[in-house]
Design a protein around this ligand. Structure first.
Ligand SMILES: *Cc1c(COP(=O)(O)O)cnc(C)c1O
Length: 404
């Protein structure tokens, strides 16, 4: 069919193109597709969504998504990866893939809040029960595992209160009982420790079964992308999750994949920069009388500091910490402190260039009040990439304005 015989509109749609061969650049090309074209019917019938040897439909993978999956596996030490449209969607993919009516899932008491909300909502409605365990007490986890326990969530450190658990020991407890473990690895990001090699000896003798990562945070690094990943090292487990992932229609947009691929190469440098300034400010905060406790796992005396020191050798941490404000200050004084900050913006999430602050009502999130956390009002800071002295001055002026 020559283009002279067909309408220009048709010719435009069928204008031939081939992906460039022999073209190389630092960044990969971006491939956008819902439809994927097959060379003939036999190829269409032969292709299998389970394999990465060919493409079937944009939802099941493109060269862009496959490349991001492979790079994330390289980062976290995994073998297979699924991408989801948010970190929470990645968490939900694991839950919906592995849990059925009558099953039970165990969740740390200090887990990312929406993980608990999913269990209280959809999972409960489908007859899947959940129990919370004390993440700082492996014996408590062991006591709660029952014949119905199909999945144990892990998180290091805990959300908001930042207690660092004995992660290798928690995994040992689950392994001894044959229960699948899924780690929310957003904080560690594949940099602070290796989720599939918790023994740190390169043998992969001890590791989680599943690592979930909110790519929204450090892999994006811009505060402008929502995405999540589910990484495994077991083909059968991966295919089980992939089947649910496919049936649920979970996928990601090519532009977002492009943004994450662009940001990944600088992630290790950014992580160290966030970490260095967060630690400097956490130490400074520890000297300010209105802050009765600073919750940062790298600070000696912080809950689980020794566990952090053992696992995260030679000592990396994300750019997050919380402070407990003296209970003599009212909640409106604490709100005024947050409002008085100029560089720290009020907003959820973290991992981008801008520092953020959120006051939390810990009493409504944790019942009973966490044993290792002093009484008071919790405020969480996520440190961006600003100059450390500017951020310290901002904290100082807000303290003077609201908590004098
Ligand atoms: C942000 C976050 C998530 C969820 O990621 P979204 O992309 O915002 O859905 C999950 N776990 C942790 C620990 C997070 O910080």
């Amino acid at each position: 069919m020559s283009s002279s015989q067909i309408d220009p509109v048709t010719a435009l749609i069928h204008h031939p193109y081939a992906p460039p061969a022999g073209f190389a650049a630092p960044q990969p090309g971006t491939f956008k597709a819902s439809t994927v074209i097959f060379p003939n019917v036999a190829a269409m019938r032969a292709r299998n969504w389970k394999e990465k040897s060919g493409y079937t439909y944009g939802l099941h993978g493109t060269p862009s998504t496959f490349l991001l999956e492979e790079r994330l596996c390289a980062l976290e030490g995994g073998l297979q990866c699924l991408l989801a449209p948010s970190g929470l969607a990645a968490i939900a993919t694991v839950a919906l893939g592995l849990l059925r009516t009558g099953d039970e899932v165990l969740i740390p008491d200090n887990a990312y809040g929406p993980n608990k909300a999913l269990a209280e909502g959809e999972l409960a409605a489908w007859g899947i029960t959940h129990r919370l365990y004390d993440a700082m007490d492996p014996a408590d986890l062991a006591a709660r595992i029952s014949a119905r326990t199909r999945l144990v969530w892990l998180e290091a450190p805990g959300s908001v209160t930042m207690e660092f658990p004995d992660l290798p020991e928690l995994v040992r407890v689950c392994r001894a009982r044959g229960v699948t473990t899924a780690l929310d690895n957003t904080w560690g990001a594949g940099l602070a420790f290796q989720p599939f090699d918790l023994g740190g000896d390169g043998t992969r003798g001890l590791g989680v079964d599943i690592s979930v990562h909110a790519l929204t945070k450090y892999p994006s690094g811009g505060g402008d992308v929502l995405m999540g990943s589910v990484i495994t090292r077991d083909e059968a487990l991966h295919l089980k999750l992939k089947l649910s992932h496919m049936r649920l229609g979970v996928g990601v947009g090519a532009n977002d994949v492009e943004a994450v691929l662009r940001s990944l190469p600088s992630m290790a440098l950014r992580y160290r920069a966030h970490d260095a300034v967060a630690r400097e400010l956490a130490l400074w905060c520890a000297q300010q009388p209105p802050f009765v406790q600073v919750l940062h796992p790298a600070l000696p005396g912080a809950p689980g500091h020794d566990h952090w020191r053992h696992l995260c050798a030679p000592g990396l941490a994300a750019g997050l910490f919380s402070v407990i404000i003296d209970p003599r200050f009212t909640s409106s004084q604490v709100d005024a402190f947050c409002d008085a900050l100029r560089l720290f913006k009020l907003g959820y999430s973290w991992g981008g260039p801008m520092s953020l602050v959120v006051p939390y009502d810990l009493a409504s999130m944790r019942n009973p009040w966490p044993a290792r956390v002093r009484r008071g009002t919790l405020v969480r800071f996520s440190i961006g990439l600003e100059n450390a002295a500017d951020l310290r001055d901002d904290l100082q002026q807000a303290l003077r304005a609201a908590l004098a």
